[in-house]
Design a protein around this ligand. Sequence first.
Ligand SMILES: [Fe+2]
Length: 214
Amino acid sequence: MASRRSILIAGMALAGAGVAARSGLAAMVPTPRQARGPFYPVDIPLDADNDLVSVAGRPGPATGQVTHVFGRVLDQAGRIIRESVVEIWQCDAFGFYHHPGDRGGKADADFQGFGKTMVDGDGRYRFRTIKPVRYPGRTPHIHFAVIAPGYRTFSTQMYVAGEAGNAGDFLYRRIRGEKARAAVTVDLRAASEIENAALAGTFDIVLPNALKLG
Ligand SMILES: [Fe+2]
């Protein structure tokens, strides 16, 4: 039977944990940073909204499997960061970026390739895009940048859970630690309730304290 003393200590520990959670002392795993890479757009497209499957003035839709990506932008204490701007860019369904440096501008004109959005009042963002595909030398990924008040610009890449190419990818391998890899590896599930034949995944981004300004 537990003594009064051990019950008292257990109770104090629980109370302590509660204080830590409320005050945000329970730090979250920061999302690993990854370089922007060579294919950030030279010219931001005229249509740069959060629906990359449809391009203004184009017959569309983009080739590829429609994929909805949702998430929040948080600090390491788990608090949302309001007014954060989230950008994504990725190659088309055939592996080409809208970038003059990528093998001659072959990218799908019906795919926007880049999108930008501001988080809502609950810190949430959302994109409609295509499932990322592999291209020579890389496992499938979506590039992300976050411009958040009080932080230097953050960039990373989102990977897809279960992709055979992840383990051998030179940039994925650079991320040290299971928790850090898990933080950028997203499970894409069937989401026909959102859109026929679409996938969906959740990618919360935790900005590292090290990027705080001031
Ligand atoms: Fe890339």
